[in-house]
Write a protein that binds this ligand. Structure first.
Ligand code: DX5
Ligand code: ZN
Length: 214
């Protein structure tokens, strides 16, 4: 059976205790830590940025899976790389310079992810085939944690796996113990989950449940 990576989103963490929250995810068996960076322009919400990523880098050794929901992400790639991001994902809708941004991420020695919002077809990524390491299928409108999974995302996951069989497919938004099986069966390799992990007392069981839902 292929490995499923679990990438808990710290958007649902208690920010007054971010160090302990990150360490608890590490102890509970998370594979990566998903960091949702929002700028109040590309999405109608503002979260955190480079200094917070730098601080998180000092707390844990897990890969930091940085999801940039910001306009013109190419402006900040080098700074996020320097702060300790391991995987840098940006939105195809957020820049006119997609190829340049992918090359820039790789030139910083980092893995490159490219994401589509719910209304953007996965086929929009085909011109960039071979230039990215991961596709991030958004299964909610980006901007907020705790939303409902959009069912048509399942077809997009299948399509992403079909078009790009050699890259990881990450799925983000509204994933919980009830729907994760369908998400994995559709082809997901990486599961992002915020509320369904942080909302549970026993995070280790929550992570195990997501990983072993098949
Ligand atoms: C939404 C973010 C997600 C979100 C996931 O814009 O990209 O990572 O926080 O949270 P849940 O699992 O609560 O939908
Ligand atoms: Zn995210």
């Amino acid at each position: 059976m292929k490995k499923i990576f679990i990438s808990p989103s710290v958007l649902s963490a208690d920010f007054t205790r971010l160090e302990q929250e990150c360490k608890s995810l590490e102890k509970c068996g998370a594979d990566w830590i998903h960091c949702d960076v929002m700028d109040g322009n590309f999405v109608p919400n503002i979260t955190f940025g480079i200094p917070v990523i730098r601080s998180m880098r000092r707390c844990v050794v897990l890969p930091l899976d940085v999801h940039l929901m910001i306009d013109a992400p190419e402006r900040y790639v080098e700074q996020f790389a320097d702060a300790g991001a391991d995987i840098i994902t940006f939105h195809i809708e957020a820049t006119k310079n997609v190829s340049q941004t992918l090359k820039l991420i790789h030139s910083c020695g980092k893995k490159a992810g490219i994401s589509v919002k719910p209304n953007t077809p996965v086929g929009a990524l085909t011109p960039y085939r071979g230039m990215f390491d991961m596709v991030l299928v958004m299964s909610v409108e980006p901007g907020f944690g705790g939303q409902q999974f959009i069912p048509s995302s399942l077809d997009k996951i299948r399509r992403a796996k079909q078009l790009f069989p050699n890259v990881l497919v990450e799925v983000d938004g509204g994933i919980n113990a009830d729907n994760v099986k369908q998400v994995v069966e559709a082809g997901a390799d990486v599961i992002v989950a915020g509320s369904s992990i942080f909302g549970e007392q026993d995070r280790k069981s929550a992570i195990d449940r997501l990983r072993n839902a098949r």
